[in-house]
Design a binder for this molecule. Structure first.
Ligand SMILES: [Zn+2]
Length: 397
């Protein structure tokens, strides 16, 4: 039987400290060698794989993927020195993806770096030379895309997914025409962003429990880059000039200062008055969301509609609200909001109509409002087939 007393030094012995240090160093060395051999040697051609896919998790470093693909440190050093763009590999974030492809001899052929929210980087290695391509990645390469899964809000989850604030604003500006971000967005809904090398996505697709809304970037010669649905139309609406089908005249235009007959003093008139008999229907001038249905002292019965993130229209002095109209409700262009009246400060029945852009009152007779854009018919079929193939690549029906 082994006498344990013989194997372990007496704690009082002066030998103890150096002995422990020695064995500790030995263990440490073996551990280090072990992990290096895993990194350097293990993948060697054993599994015969030529293609390696990696997704970055917290704490990952690029060389780990490089070594896992069976490539060595010497080649890594060579690559890092070959082009300053290689420094991007030192700043990887969770969700970024790599594809490392080897040739028949298991030498490096190419690396595709697909960051969650930046231009992809293609690095090829041929005849002992590295070549870096950071834009216009080959069309045969898999599509780069980012996914934002909603847990709290687009702002919160988008930021967490590494999406630039400008891109989040872009999503909101386009999608608010079709959805209310504070009400419609559900946990588990997704925004999928496709990237083709630009600083803004080539497509933005909302996938919700009840609906999917897909928008595709298209750069036209007159309107620049905009996002269009599969039918080639932007989600925003064009505005009608008048909320009334018929009015007798504009009884008061937008003006900085005018004599107010009721208040009996000079006052600016920040809207346009359309004279019409009491009870005439008032319609939404564009599609939007009901922001307020309220009674305000000067305005009387008033409805505020918001259209996208920037535009608000207001319909005042109504004799009655449209039946059932309520805050948060989506409204179509031409949908009834109420009836002409003279509630509030009004001398006679008329519709007081206002347009505000980012809170600033506009003259409805002069303001240029954004219009719904359409893709020119001669390029529409090409646009549609591109959009369809993109959806297919992303596995979206
Ligand atoms: Zn007015």
């Amino acid at each position: 039987m082994t006498n344990f007393q013989d194997r372990w030094p007496d704690p009082s012995s002066k030998q103890l400290v150096p002995k422990i240090n020695k064995s500790f160093l030995r263990v440490l060395l073996l551990t280090l060698l072990g992990s290096f051999s895993v990194l350097y040697a293990l993948p060697s051609h054993a599994d015969g794989k030529h293609e390696f896919h990696f997704e970055v998790s917290r704490g990952d470093v690029f060389y780990k993927f490089f070594f896992t693909a069976g490539l060595n440190g010497e080649l890594l050093n060579k690559m890092m020195k070959a082009d300053e763009r290689a420094s991007r590999l030192g700043h990887i974030a969770p969700g970024d993806k790599f594809k490392i492809t080897l040739d028949d001899n298991h030498d490096l052929k190419k690396i595709v770096f697909q960051p969650l929210n930046a231009n992809p980087l293609l690095i090829t290695y041929s005849k002992q030379k590295f070549r870096f391509v950071s834009v216009n990645i080959q069309p045969t390469e898999p599509l780069t895309h980012s996914t934002v899964v909603i847990t709290k809000s687009l702002n919160y989850d988008g930021k967490k997914a590494g999406i630039e604030p400008e891109v989040i604003d872009l999503i909101i500006a386009n999608f608010t025409w079709a959805m209310d971000f504070s009400r419609d967005l559900q946990k588990g809904d997704k925004f999928i962003l496709a990237w083709d090398g630009g600083s803004t996505p080539s497509a933005i697709i909302y996938v919700g429990a009840r609906k999917t809304i897909a928008l595709f970037a298209y750069t036209g010669s007159t309107n620049g880059k905009n996002y269009y649905d599969i039918n080639g139309k932007t989600l925003n609406d064009s505005f009608e000039f008048s909320a009334l089908k018929k009015y007798s005249r504009i009884s008061s235009s937008f003006t900085k200062s005018r004599w107010h007959p009721v208040l009996k003093k000079y006052r600016s008139h920040k809207g346009t008055d359309f004279a019409a008999p009491k009870g005439r229907p008032v319609y939404a001038t564009a599609k939007g969301t009901v922001k307020h249905v309220v009674v305000v002292s000067g305005y009387g019965n008033v409805v505020y509609l918001s259209h996208g993130t920037e535009i608000v229209t207001l319909y005042a002095h109504l004799s009655k609200f449209a039946k059932g109209i309520k805050k948060g409700q989506k409204i179509k262009k031409g949908q009834l909001v109420g009836y002409v009246g003279s509630t509030g400060l009004a001398t006679g029945p008329h519709l007081h109509y206002e347009i505000r852009i980012n809170g600033v009152h506009q003259d409805a007779e002069k303001v240029k409002l954004p219009k719904q854009l359409s893709i020119p018919t001669n390029t529409l079929s090409g646009f549609k087939s591109k959009a369809k193939s993109l959806l297919a690549q992303l596995g979206i029906k």
